[in-house]
Design a protein around this ligand. Structure first.
Ligand code: FAD
Length: 290
C-alpha cells in the first residue's frame, strides 16, 4: 500500500479510537444507498452524538483527510469506482426527539418519516406532507426536502452545524431555502435542527399525512430502488418533468441495470445484484435521441 494512504489510515484509526466512534472498512455505496449502486468506500465512520460528529470532522480536517456526509442514501447516486475518502454515516446520530411547546429538537440522523409521525401524534402540524419521504432529517435539511405543500425549510427555526469542533446553532432565517437546494456549503456538516410547528388536532394531521402517502403510492414506484425524482421540475404551472419524459415515450426504457420507471417517468430505478451507477447516469442520454 502506498505510504501516504497507510499514514492516513493510521490517523483515521487513531482519531476514531480516541473519540470512541465506530469506524469500518470494506463497505460499498451499493449497500448504503437506495439505488443500490456505487463502489467501495475506504472508511465509514458512524458518530452517535452531535458533539462526537463535530469532533470527528474537525480532527479529519486538521489531518487533511477528505470526508462526505451520508444520511440514508436515498438521494445519492455514487460512482461505481473506488471512493478514497471517509464517509461520515449519520444514521446512528439520532438521539431522542425533544418537544418544547411548538418547538421540536431533533438530531440529523433521525428518520424523517418517523419524525413526521412523532410530531403528528403530539398534535403538531407543518411537516405531514413529508411523511412519505425516505431519509434522515439531515438529508432533508441539506436539500430542503418537500412534498405535498410542505418543505422542511419553512418550519426550521434553527440548524445545528459543526464548526471548529463545536456544535453551533444557526438561525433558520439565515439559510436560503430554495427548491431542493439550500445555501449550506459543501463541507458543512448538519448535526440537527429545531423546528417550529403549529398546534392542530392530531387525528386531522394524521389524516392529511395518510392522504399524502396514498397519493404518493398511487403515482410513484414503491418497493423499487430509486433516489426519488431524478430531475427537478420546471417552475410551477409548467408541465412536470415526469410528464415530459413520458410524452417522449421513455417509460420502461432500459440501459443495462437501470430503467425509466414504468410507473413514474421521472424515477430511474435499478435492478439486479450488480447494478451499475454508470447505467443510471447514462440512461438519460437516451432521451436525447427520443
Ligand atoms: C422513493 C423516493 C421518494 C422520494 N420522494 C421525495 C420527495 O417527495 N421530496 C423530496 O424532497 N425528496 C424525495 N426523495 C429524495 C430523498 O428522500 C430526500 O432527498 C431525503 O431528504 C434525503 O435524505 P437522506 O438522509 O437519504 O440523504 P442522503 O441521500 O444520504 O444525502 C443526500 C445529500 O445530503 C447530504 N447530507 C445528508 N445528511 C447530511 C448532513 N447531516 N450534513 C450535511 N450533508 C448531509 C449528503 O452528503 C448528500 O449530498 C425521495 C427518494 C426516494 C427514494
Amino acid at each position: 500500500m502506498n505510504e501516504e494512504l497507510q499514514k492516513r489510515d493510521e490517523a483515521i484509526a487513531e482519531i476514531s479510537a480516541r473519540l470512541g466512534v465506530r469506524a469500518e472498512r470494506g463497505r460499498r455505496f451499493a449497500e448504503l444507498t437506495s439505488l443500490r449502486v456505487g463502489g467501495s468506500i475506504d472508511w465509514v465512520i458512524s458518530p452517535q452524538t452531535e458533539a462526537q460528529a463535530a469532533g470527528v470532522v474537525y480532527e479529519l480536517e486538521n489531518a487533511g483527510i477528505g470526508w462526505r456526509a451520508l444520511g440514508s442514501g436515498s438521494n445519492v447516486l455514487a460512482d461505481d469506482g473506488e471512493h478514497h475518502y471517509v464517509v461520515l454515516a449519520l444514521k446512528d446520530l439520532k438521539g431522542e426527539v425533544r418537544f418544547e411547546g411548538e418547538l421540536v429538537h431533533v438530531s440529523a440522523g433521525y428518520s424523517l418519516p418517523r419524525l413526521c409521525v412523532d410530531v403528528a401524534r403530539q398534535g403538531l402540524s407543518g411537516i405531514e406532507g413529508l411523511g412519505g419521504i425516505p431519509g434522515t432529517v439531515g438529508g432533508a435539511l441539506w436539500m430542503n426536502a418537500g412534498a405535498y405543500g410542505h418543505e422542511i425549510g419553512t418550519v426550521t427555526e434553527s440548524v445545528r452545524v459543526a464548526r471548529q469542533g463545536r456544535v453551533v446553532e444557526t438561525p433558520g432565517d439565515t439559510v436560503q431555502w430554495n427548491y431542493r437546494h439550500t445555501s449550506f456549503k459543501e463541507g458543512e456538516l448538519l448535526l440537527g435542527a429545531t423546528l417550529r410547528l403549529t398546534p392542530d388536532d392530531a387525528a386531522a394531521i394524521m389524516a392529511r399525512m395518510e392522504d399524502a402517502k396514498s397519493r404518493r403510492l398511487a403515482t410513484q414506484p414503491h418497493g423499487g430502488r430509486s433516489a426519488g425524482c431524478f430531475f427537478k421540475n420546471p417552475p410551477a404551472g409548467s408541465v412536470g418533468t415526469g410528464k415530459m419524459i413520458d410524452d417522449m415515450g421513455m417509460k420502461g426504457v432500459r440501459r443495462g441495470s437501470a430503467l425509466v420507471s414504468p410507473v413514474h417517468a421521472n424515477f430511474i430505478v435499478t435492478e439486479g445484484e450488480n447494478a451499475r451507477a454508470e447505467d443510471a447516469l447514462h440512461l438519460p442520454r437516451k432521451f436525447e435521441s427520443a
